[in-house]
Design a protein around this ligand. Structure first.
Ligand code: AMP
Ligand code: MG
Ligand code: MG
Length: 237
């Protein structure tokens, strides 16, 4: 038997991938979605984070490794508006006995250390839907609580941008991405943990259908981080 035949027998055609799977830049995608205090007609000043969910998704098996989930008692405006409860499903009782942001953020950073997600700076990246979470909300919240914003939170993957790169269509929101990918909606829109689960499904579908490579799209300080080639994608909210 010739060498070629032996090779074919050992690697039958049916097991050969349709496409070569792209090499991913990050070992873990940390999917995150804040919920914050809000009102119907005005933007509260300040807005405060009341839910912090984060799921770590491994890019070697595309399974969820771990979940961090906490509710937070807002410090400046401790009473939620009826609109906020209606929008997010978060009730007054849900936040009343919870720790404040600085305590939860410390626990979250410990969780990141225990999971070894940032052993080196290129091992993991946060993924959000929209730039609001890391461009606006977290810097403002850290400012409010006198916390120095850690470097890990200064660059991220904005999923609508990635979705557009892969599909050629710029989606309006989370629901739009689910619809376009034929995915069912899980849970309740604007519940942080459910939004995260839906984002995870979108990531998995993009990888399956489009062989998407997940890379940094946005940052707080493009030039300082040497990401000048991503400048165009980093400026929108
Ligand atoms: P989301 O991740 O889309 O669920 O939204 C994050 C936060 O943005 C919410 O917790 C609210 O504080 C605010 N937000 C989202 N949608 C609205 C809206 N329609 N009106 C007022 N605030 C909103
Ligand atoms: Mg969100
Ligand atoms: Mg949300």
């Amino acid at each position: 038997m010739s060498m070629a035949h032996r090779v074919l027998r050992r690697y039958p055609r049916t097991t050969v991938n349709r496409f070569q799977e792209v090499v991913q830049k990050f070992d873990y995608l940390l999917v995150m979605d804040f919920e914050a205090t809000c009102d119907r007609h005005t933007v509260l000043n300040p807005q405060e984070i009341i839910e912090l969910p984060c799921v770590s998704l491994s890019t070697s098996n595309w399974k969820i490794k771990d979940t961090f989930h906490a509710y937070i008692k807002p410090r400046i405006h401790p009473k939620l508006t009826p609109f906020c409860t209606e929008l997010t499903g978060i009730m007054q009782e849900t936040v009343d006995n919870q720790p404040c942001f600085s305590d939860v953020f410390s626990r979250f950073r410990e969780w990141l250390i225990e999971g070894e997600y940032f052993d080196n700076s290129d091992k993991s990246s946060f993924v959000t839907c929209g730039n609001w979470d890391l461009k606006v909300m977290l810097p403002n919240q850290c400012n409010l609580d006198n916390i120095t914003l850690p470097d890990e939170f200064k660059r991220w993957i904005e999923l609508k941008h990635t979705f557009c790169d892969s599909t050629g269509y710029y989606p309006r929101n989370l629901k739009d991405m689910l619809t376009r990918l034929d995915l069912p909606f899980q849970g309740r829109l604007h519940s942080g943990i459910d939004d995260v689960k839906n984002i995870v499904s979108i990531i998995q579908a993009l990888k399956d259908k489009y062989n998407t490579q997940f890379k940094i799209t946005s940052s707080l300080t493009n030039s300082a981080l040497g990401l000048s080639n991503h400048k165009r994608s980093g400026v929108t909210i």
